[in-house]
Design a protein around this ligand. Structure first.
Ligand code: ADP
Length: 509
């Protein structure tokens, strides 16, 4: 059964009200009706009876339907309001409907009452449902709007955080001394740090047009490419060595290192690559390898000759030919002396390297110590040594070590400049600094080699050269001078000769 409908009837004429009720009953509606006639009872019923529908006569003695409608409309805008009258006229009816009245029925056509009530109730229901739907839609829209705003804020925040982390990452890559870059997962380079541009001399256009390939040594291209691809495939990172061309066209060895960068989920984001200049390290490695070959050779030569002398001595010991014994002893001593010097050099160099080269300083006359250094050399008359300059100068130094340096310079002049028969030694004193130079007129040293002659193990001549030596002499000299707070250096011109010099403070320190 349909729910009980509460109908408020505003009618001053009792028989008209009854007529209405009868008509309502006839239509089969399940309803309760309350009839009111005045404004106050109408207002009261609106609050207390709580009607679902209002049927109102058009003209009433105390107030009319238009006023009643307004009262209802202010309080309960949704309750349908139908005017029933025989006197209203078409024009008024249209006006009232425009103002919001639900419908109009002529008293002479009460048979349409139920149809109009049903339509009004349905309309109201539809309006209510639409209101609810609108309300829900409004709510959903609001939620969507908030969600959208939140998402936008999150995206903006994330973009900002990403930009910030990227810029931090890039600044970090600018602080390291190596060439650095980033690759996509597939290996494309997306960013190079400033060091790349400084080292290669490339600008942005050259970098994107030529890339890394253009600076890799042609002999290292294949190995570089193979290693790079295999590192990308494994995804674990790795390293390899290739030669990379500098802006001045010189190739230098570099250690290429590629490391994957993962996100928080462990997914690979990009590759970070660095190229570290290992030219000096490779050279040192090369020197060391050469050194081991040379040192073994250098030690073997005097030992072989010593062994020869001893074997010969053993054979003739019972009946030695005259003069043979002393000759063999001199020969054996020379061999021993050579071994001793080599071992001294090795010891000095390793002590110097560990900062354990000790010096014992005292005051002495420099020219006198220098003179002692070449007495043996000039004895056989093959060479002349001339000392010039300030013969009175006194220094505060370790005279044994200073002698060692001068002897080394003179021996090198003889060894590497054998055609230069005259060796000049200059002693200069200026502004509290004493400078000693040993000058030869030998073949000289090419500039690209000159800068390395004081390095440990360095020999300007190749390992196959006919000059013997361990490449330690000048290194030890430079360490001795460092201990004296002096300076050491060499100047040379190809075909004209070389000058090796050192300085010492003239006064005590
Ligand atoms: P060693 O003589 O044992 O090789 P040094 O340290 O004394 O080692 O010298 C280093 C290198 O410097 C030598 O191998 C040589 O090539 C170069 N050198 C030194 N003195 C001279 C010189 N007067 N003239 C030409 N080259 C020199």
């Amino acid at each position: 059964m349909a729910p009980n409908l509460k109908i408020l009837i505003l009618e001053d004429n009792e028989s008209d009200a009854d007529l209405l009720k009868r008509e309502l009953k006839k239509s089969g509606l399940n309803f309760t009706a309350e009839v009111v006639q005045t404004r106050s009872t109408f207002e009261n019923a609106l609050d207390n009876f709580d009607p679902d529908l209002i049927l109102s006569d058009y003209s009433l003695p105390s107030f009319d339907a238009a006023e009643a409608f307004q009262i209802k409309h202010n309080k309960h805008p949704d309750i349908p309001f139908i005017i029933i009258s025989g006197t209203i006229g078409e024009e008024n009816a249209v006006e009232l409907i425009k103002a919001g009245v639900t419908d109009y029925i002529s008293k002479s056509k009460l048979f349409t009452l139920s149809t109009k009530i049903n339509r009004a109730l349905n309309d109201m229901q539809a309006r209510k449902e639409k209101l609810i739907t609108d309300e829900k839609l409004k709510f959903i829209n609001q939620e969507l709007l908030e969600l959208n705003q939140e998402l936008e804020a999150r995206v903006a925040h994330r973009t900002e955080a990403l930009a910030e982390s990227e810029s931090r990452f890039r600044s970090m890559m600018e602080t390291i001394p190596q060439i650095a870059w980033t690759n996509t997962i597939k290996g494309e380079v997306v960013f190079y740090n400033q060091r790349w541009y400084d080292y290669t001399g490339f600008n942005d256009q050259q970098t994107s047009a030529l890339g890394f390939k253009a600076v890799v040594h042609p002999d290292d291209l294949k190995i570089g490419f193979d290693q790079f691809s295999s590192i990308l495939k494994t995804g674990n990172g790795g390293e390899f060595q290739i030669r990379v061309k500098r802006a001045d066209e010189l190739y230098r060895w570099h250690l290429i290192r590629l490391m994957p960068i993962m996100d928080q989920q462990g997914l690979m984001q990009l590759w970070v690559g660095t190229a570290t200049d290992i030219q000096e390290l490779r050279l040192l490695q090369q020197y060391k390898d050469d050194f081991i070959i040379i040192a073994s050779h250098e030690l073997k030569t005097p030992i072989t000759s010593l062994r020869g002398s001893l074997q010969f001595l053993d054979r003739i010991k019972d009946n030695p030919p005259s003069g043979a014994l002393s000759k063999l002893i001199v020969q054996a001593n020379r061999g021993l002396e050579k071994v001793n010097t080599l071992i001294e050099d090795l010891l000095n160099s390793s002590m110097a390297n560990q900062g354990q080269l000790h010096i014992r300083q005292h005051h002495f006359n420099l020219s006198e110590v220098i003179k002692d250094c070449y007495q043996d050399i000039i004895k056989d008359g093959s060479y002349t040594v001339n000392v010039e300059g300030d013969m009175q100068v006194e220094v505060f130094a370790d005279h044994v070590r200073i002698e060692q340096i001068v002897v080394n310079f003179i021996n090198n002049a003889i060894k590497y400049a054998p055609e230069s028969k005259e060796i000049r030694i200059c002693i200069d004193k200026k502004d509290g600094i004493v400078k000693v130079s040993v000058i030869d007129q030998g073949p000289g040293i090419p500039p690209e080699k000159l800068r390395y002659v004081f390095d440990r193990y360095y020999r300007a001549e190749s390992s196959g050269s006919h000059y013997t030596g361990l490449g330690l002499g000048l290194y030890i000299c430079s360490e001795i001078i460092k201990k004296h707070h002096g300076q050491i250096g060499a100047e040379s011109e190809l075909g004209k000769g070389s000058t090796f010099w050192f300085t010492l403070p003239a006064e005590s320190i």
